[in-house]
Design a protein around this ligand. Structure first.
Ligand code: ADP
Ligand code: MG
Length: 325
């Protein structure tokens, strides 16, 4: 690379993100040293973004940096964990300084916001590919998992799923949205998703199971339900879709995108009937923005009910229906 590897790391990645007192040795040595609190469990996740597969070629670099961290923060949010440290494996076709400036800026802004320190990584040449590993902690024995749900429990989702899928369609010119304000909102939801870290941490003690919605509400409800040894029923009429999404694609398509779109990074969680009241008292839905959308049930699989009958998705022509379990 024209810019030397050492200089590149030094300029764009050393000391990025939050400064943390629990990192006595960071970028620059063979490995980082981290002080891990003895009463907490380490929580680890990793995700890879490949250009052309996980984001459109030519995406704004700041968005690529933001999303590389956001998708990992979302995994920690779904565990009820507190993020703390990240490692970045970056493969670049060439050292484009402007791209690196924007990429590292997007990553660092989100890292600062969630007090995450970038403690190491690897830099190589090749097709654009970003792997980020996140580490965090959770009070011993209190992590949320996908497995704790049971039939009869209420299912909730945060935010308004579907927006990001519409934003992605706009990015690849498959959807045109004339209204400037609506267009900006939907694009931002894809390019700069907000991981629900605060909500995830607060859900410990209320939610019995939790998953982050990255592949569409229906598929991810199926995953949570299956891990919990049951099924899920989603109620079509209750699906929270944003007025912006409805304006852009219409009420029907908005709900299809909410169910199957992906890239939302919202939280989907189950709550036992005995805790529904304390949840709504302690974490008011209006303040934390989540909505009840269904119920866990005994029969396996994830279904959507509309006007008292199960929606037959073959009418919708979803090509990825096969992946919905
Ligand atoms: P080594 O050869 O020992 O693996 P490197 O020369 O690859 O070390 O990296 C030097 C230092 O820079 C290490 O501390 C490594 O963690 C860090 N580093 C390399 N690439 C990145 C990156 N993209 N982001 C953050 N830290 C990085
Ligand atoms: Mg080494």
């Amino acid at each position: 690379m024209a810019l030397g590897e050492f200089e590149l790391i030094d300029r764009f990645f050393r000391g990025r993100g939050a400064a943390r007192s629990d990192v006595p040795l960071s970028v620059g040595d063979d490995a980082a040293l981290i002080e891990c609190p003895p009463d907490r469990q380490l929580v680890a996740a990793i995700d890879t973004l490949v250009e052309g597969a996980h984001f459109p070629a030519g995406s704004p670099a700041a968005s690529v940096g933001h999303r590389a961290l956001a998708v990992n923060l979302s995994d920690l949010a779904a565990m009820g964990a507190e993020p703390a440290w990240a490692l970045l494996a970056l493969t670049l076709p060439h050292a484009d300084e402007r791209w690196l400036e924007e990429f590292s800026g997007g990553l660092a802004a989100l890292a600062d916001q969630f007090r995450v320190a970038l403690v190491g990584g690897d830099t190589t040449r090749g097709p654009l590919c970003i792997t980020l590993q996140i580490l965090g902690t959770v009070e011993r024995g209190t992590a949320l998992t996908r497995r704790g749900g049971a039939p009869g429990e209420a299912l909730y989702v945060s935010g308004t799923p579907g927006d990001a899928a519409a934003g992605l369609q706009m990015e690849v010119s498959r959807l045109a949205v004339p209204d400037e304000r609506v267009a900006r909102h939907l694009r931002e939801r894809f390019l700069f998703p907000t991981p629900r870290v605060g909500l995830g941490r607060r859900l410990r003690g209320y939610a019995s199971a939790c998953i982050d919605v990255s592949d569409g509400l229906l598929g991810d409800a199926g995953k949570l339900a299956r891990a919990s040894g049951c099924g899920a029923q989603l109620d079509y009429e209750t699906l929270p879709v944003s007025p912006m999404l409805v304006e852009a694609v219409g009420a029907e398509r908005a709900r299809e995108l909410a169910l199957t779109g992906g890239d939302d990074y919202e939280l989907l969680f189950s709550v036992p009937p005995s805790r529904v009241e304390s949840l709504s008292r302690d974490l008011p839905a209006a303040e934390w923005s989540y909505t009840r959308i269904g119920t866990l049930r005994r029969e396996p699989g994830a279904i959507v009910m509309r006007n008292g009958s199960v929606i037959d998705f073959s009418h919708y022509g979803f090509d990825h229906f096969g992946s919905v379990r």
